[in-house]
Design a binder for this molecule. Sequence first.
Ligand code: NDP
Ligand code: 8X3
Length: 250
Amino acid sequence: MKTALVTGATAGFGRAVALRLGKLGYRVIITGRREERLRAVAEELHSIGTEALALTFDVRNFEAARKAIEGLPAKFQNIDLLVNNAGLAAGQATFDKSELLNFERMIDTNIKGLIYISKLVVPQMIARGSGHIVNLSSIAGVEVYPGGNIYCATKHAVNAITKGMRLDLIDKGVKISSISPGMAETEFSLARFDGNAQKAKDVYKGLVPLNAEDIADALEFIVTRPPHVCIQDILITPSAQANTYLTVRK
Ligand code: NDP
Ligand code: 8X3
């Protein structure tokens, strides 16, 4: 049985991906900061017969992540699949009006957090000569949009890290993939707009956005390819979204 670690599994893509991996027969380690939520997702996984383990830590805290991952029970220690999903956008103000703290939250979570978890898991994959890492990027890693500034920069960085990892790990049996979604209705906009539910809802007004299951579908496709196939990236948008700034709304 294969073991997967999914960061940011208390909501959105991470939760859907964890459940999908459970259905695919993986043993699943889920992480996030909200302990109650994590426990609930672990229970959902148990209810479908999946062996699941919840680790509560902030991906920005390398020491906490190290202790959690190094302290995994034997059964969960060999991580075959790492899904670097935890991430956020903090605000959508123009560069001049944005708070530096928000820039730092995005850089620390989306870039440094992804690096921290990967640094903790890659050595064991190299030692076994096999493994697969899927990074959650975004259409924001392809194009920048007004107010996207540092969020877009973090996803451009995720793409560079993804490509760099692939170059450096290709001869070590470790596959590297990414998923680059466009607009998807999760808790992403709620987090972006500091819990303002109306503002979050308005982002998707007049169009049908992607949902977490669409991303779980993409992930399933990536991880079910035969060993000789590496899906490097899946760029996936709602049918009503052409790029980061052109959408059709009814
Ligand atoms: P959600 O807000 O629904 O979920 C985000 C998850 O990340 C939560 O489980 C949250 O857990 C976790 N997380 C955030 N910060 C931290 C942290 N510091 N430490 C640990 N966990 C953290 O958003 P999505 O599911 O939509 O987003 C998942 C990923 O997909 C992100 O990387 C996002 O940038 C990307 N993405 C999202 C798109 C969208 O439109 N929704 C489109 C393209 C990419 P907790 O709060 O419990 O810690
Ligand atoms: C999140 C989606 O539209 O903000 O990555 O780029 S968007």
